[in-house]
Design a protein around this ligand. Structure first.
Ligand SMILES: [Zn+2]
Length: 478
C-alpha cells in the first residue's frame, strides 16, 4: 500500500472544479494523497492516513508550472542584466549579453542548482528547463525533486555581432541536425529515469537560428514521440525584422506556414506580433493565428519589462482563445512575482482594469502551463492528479489579513509565505528550506563562477569591452 498523507482542515484550498473547468476556493477542507496521486479534495476525508498534517493555518495550492526557463545560465546574470539593454537593438540586451557573458560548465551546474532551489522555494513544482545538454543534467534534475521537462536546445546558426546595431548569423546546418538527434537521445534517457518525474520538450532554440528543414524535422520528431515543441518566436524587434527580410512574413505567420504551430507548440514569447506597437507591420493576423492553431504562449514578463517592453496584452491574447502559460525566463525564478507583474502590465498595456484578473493569471501559472505541456494531471488539486502541492503559511505577516489569500500571495507575500512543497507526493521543501539540494553551497560556487565569467568577457565581446563597461554597477564605488 502506498503511504497516505492527509492535510486536515485546511483553512483554504484552491481546488480544480472539474465540471466547471476552473480553479475555486474551498474552505475548511481536507486533501489526501497516496503515493504520488491525489485521492481526495473536499470535506472530511473518510479514510485513514499514515501521516496527518494540521491545515488550519494553511492554504493549499497546486504546484506552479513554469513552462519557460533557462536555469543553467540566468542565475549568472544577477546584478548584470537587470538594467542591461542595447538601445540600438530596440532595447534588447539579449544578443550582446549572451555572446559576451559565457559561463563555464562547472559554473553552470552551480547555476542550475541555485535556480532549481529558487523554483522549489517559490512553489514551482514543474519546469520546462531550456538549456544546453550538459552531461550531469539528468542526475541533477532527478536529485532536485522537481518535475523537470528537459528541453535541450539546438540550432543551425549562432548569433554574431560586429557592431552594436546589426544582428548577424554564423550558419552551421549539420550542427543543427546533430543537435536534434543528441537532444532526442537525452530526452529518451530522461524519460527512462527511474524517478519517473523527468520528460522532455523538443526545443529548436530560436525561429531565426534554425533552418526551415531543421524546424520541420524537429516538429516531425515531436509528433512521432508525442512530445511538446517549443521555440523562441517573436521575442525581439530584431528577430521580427530579420524574418520579414527573409520571408516577407512575420515570425508567427512563417511558423504557421511551415507547419510548426499546433496544440503541442509553446512559443516563447510571442510578444512582437504584427499588431504590437513596436512593429507597425501592415497585417493584423498573428494573435488570431495563434488562437486558430491552438498554440500556447509562454509569457515571461520580467525580462521584457526591464527593457521597457510588454505583451499587448495578456488579456487580449486570452480572450482570443490562446492557451497562456507563464515562465521565469530570468532570475529570480519566481512565478508568483511573474503573475503579479503580468497582471499589472496587462492593465497598463490595455489601459483597462478589466484587462485581466488574478484568477486568469493563476490559471496560466497552473492549468494553462500544464495544458501547454500536454499534462492533464498537473497544475490542479483534484482526485487522480499528481500530488504536486504547495502549503502557504496563512500566519505569515505578509499574508494578513488573509481575506482573499490568493491576492495576499500574489500581490504581497509571494515566496515569503511558501511553507512546504510536495512533488509527486514527496516533501521537497519544509519550512522554506529545500531538502533535496544544497542551496548555500551552490550560491558560493555561483559567485566564483560569475567572477570567472566576468573576467573572460573582453575575449568574447565584439568590442573587447570589460564586463563593467557593458554592465556598470548601479552606484559608483567610492
Ligand atoms: Zn527564453
Amino acid at each position: 500500500m502506498a503511504h497516505t498523507t492527509c492535510i486536515r482542515n485546511a483553512a483554504w484550498i484552491i481546488a480544480w472544479d472539474v465540471a466547471a473547468g476552473e480553479q475555486v476556493y474551498l474552505r475548511d477542507a481536507d486533501l489526501a494523497f497516496a503515493g504520488n496521486t491525489i485521492l481526495h479534495v473536499g470535506k472530511s476525508f473518510p479514510g485513514s492516513a499514515d501521516t496527518v498534517i494540521d491545515g488550519r493555518e494553511m492554504m493549499l495550492i497546486p504546484g506552479l508550472v513554469d513552462i519557460h526557463s533557462h536555469p543553467s545560465t540566468e542565475p549568472f546574470f544577477r546584478g548584470i542584466r537587470e538594467e542591461h539593454g542595447v538601445p540600438a537593438m530596440f532595447m534588447s540586451g539579449l544578443y550582446e549579453r549572451s555572446l559576451a557573458f559565457r559561463s563555464d560548465a562547472e559554473g553552470r551546474r552551480a547555476g542550475k542548482t541555485v535556480a532549481y532551489c529558487e523554483m522549489l522555494r517559490t512553489g514551482i513544482t514543474s519546469v520546462a528547463d531550456l538549456s544546453g545538454a550538459d552531461p550531469w543534467w539528468i542526475d541533477l534534475a532527478a536529485q532536485s525533486g522537481l518535475r523537470v521537462f528537459l528541453a535541450p536546445g539546438f540550432a543551425s546558426a549562432r548569433w554574431h555581432l560586429e557592431n552594436e546595431w546589426q544582428l548577424r548569423y554564423a550558419w552551421d546546418e549539420p550542427a543543427g541536425h546533430r543537435g536534434l538527434q543528441q537532444a532526442l537521445a537525452l530526452i529518451a534517457e530522461a524519460v527512462r529515469h527511474p524517478c519517473g518525474r523527468l520528460s522532455g520538450v523538443v526545443f529548436p532554440a530560436q525561429i531565426d537560428t534554425c533552418t526551415e528543414a531543421l524546424l520541420r524535422e524537429s516538429w516531425a520528431a515531436a509528433e512521432a514521440q508525442d512530445l511538446p515543441f517549443t521555440t523562441h518566436c517573436a521575442q525581439s524587434v530584431n528577430e521580427f525584422n530579420e524574418m520579414l527580410g527573409r520571408h516577407g512574413r512575420t515570425p508567427i505567420r512563417w511558423a504557421r506556414d511551415i507547419g510548426i504551430l499546433g496544440p503541442r507548440s509553446v512559443l516563447g514569447h510571442a510578444i512582437f506580433t504584427d499588431e504590437h506597437s513596436w512593429t507597425r507591420w501592415h497585417t493584423k493576423d498573428d494573435v488570431r493565428t495563434l488562437a486558430e492553431t491552438g498554440a500556447s504562449v509562454a509569457h515571461c514578463p520580467s525580462p521584457f519589462a526591464r527593457y521597457g517592453q510588454t505583451l499587448e496584452d495578456f488579456g487580449r491574447y486570452r480572450r482570443a482563445g490562446i492557451n497562456m502559460g507563464l515562465g521565469t525566463d530570468v532570475s529570480p525564478h519566481n512565478l508568483i512575482e511573474e503573475m503579479r507583474l503580468a497582471a499589472i502590465l496587462a492593465r497598463v498595456a490595455a489601459q483597462d482594469i478589466d484587462a485581466t484578473s488574478t484568477a486568469v493569471l493563476f490559471h496560466a501559472a497552473t492549468v494553462g502551463g500544464a495544458t501547454a505541456l500536454g499534462r492533464a494531471d498537473l497544475g490542479r488539486l483534484a482526485p487522480g492528479a499528481r500530488a504536486d502541492l504547495v502549503l502557504i503559511d496563512l500566519t505569515n505577516p505578509f499574508m494578513l489579513p488573509a481575506r482573499d489569500p490568493l491576492r495576499s500571495l500574489v500581490y504581497t507575500a509571494a515566496d515569503r509565505a511558501v511553507h512546504s512543497v510536495f512533488v509527486d507526493g514527496e516533501k521537497v521543501v519544509d519550512a522554506g528550506r529545500v531538502l533535496t539540494l544544497d542551496h548555500a553551497e551552490a550560491l558560493a560556487q555561483l559567485g566564483e563562477a560569475q567572477a570567472r565569467m566576468e573576467a573572460d568577457v573582453p575575449r568574447h565581446d565584439w568590442a573587447h569591452r570589460r564586463a563593467d563597461q557593458i554592465a556598470p554597477l548601479s552606484l559608483p564605488v567610492r
